[in-house]
Design a protein around this ligand. Structure first.
Ligand SMILES: [Zn+2]
Length: 185
């Protein structure tokens, strides 16, 4: 990361895997955007989001940067202090370390994440974060449609309005085991 005067107080957005999984579009923001090698690894295992990620990298919209050892150590120390270190993956630790390093270089980093442990440690280190809801992205809630009479279930995008079996009008509800934005570990 450069440390020239021009970077003073410049906002930089640090992206977590959950941001990409939730459909965050790097082209929707004007700010400089970075992520870490471990997040890249996680994303490259997911064919759904891999393309958008690679396009953002190729266009120069997004950069992948590994934090230095020094900041990795400081981030680890902060995580242990908060007591959240056991909940954090290697990718999480890299994100926190990179944010810390950017801050030390005069940037104003903001981590985009819905992970409470990352948010806690970021707060401890005096680093701001943005929840995905800030961008109008909600946690992936899976809807299903069901028949209130015979309890058959239909997929949310199913065109029919009535139960194919008993003809009752279908209702909609979130699936119990809603797909949360989980870390791929
Ligand atoms: Zn029915």
């Amino acid at each position: 990361m450069t440390t020239q005067a021009g970077s003073q107080c410049k906002r930089v957005v640090v992206l977590d895997t959950s941001a990409f999984l939730a459909g965050f579009d790097p082209f929707s923001l004007g700010e400089e955007q970075v992520t870490v090698p471990k997040v890249e690894e996680e994303i490259k295992r997911n064919s759904m989001i891999k393309m958008r990620f690679e396009t953002a990298i190729e266009s120069g919209r997004l950069r992948v940067k590994a934090p230095s050892q020094e900041f990795s150590n400081s981030a680890k120390a902060s995580a242990s202090k908060v007591g959240d270190s056991y909940k954090l993956s290697e990718a999480d630790m890299q994100l926190l370390a990179l944010a810390l390093e950017l801050k030390a270089s005069g940037y104003t980093p903001q981590i985009v994440t819905d992970d409470y442990s990352i948010q806690n440690v970021a707060t401890q280190m005096g680093i701001g974060f943005l929840a995905l809801a800030t961008f109008g992205i909600k946690r992936l809630l899976e809807w299903i449609r069901y028949c209130p009479a015979c309890h058959r279930e239909y997929s949310a995008n199913c065109k029919t309005k009535e139960c194919q079996v008993c003809g009752t009008e279908l209702k909609r509800k979130p699936r119990r085991t809603a797909k949360k934005i989980e870390k791929i570990t």
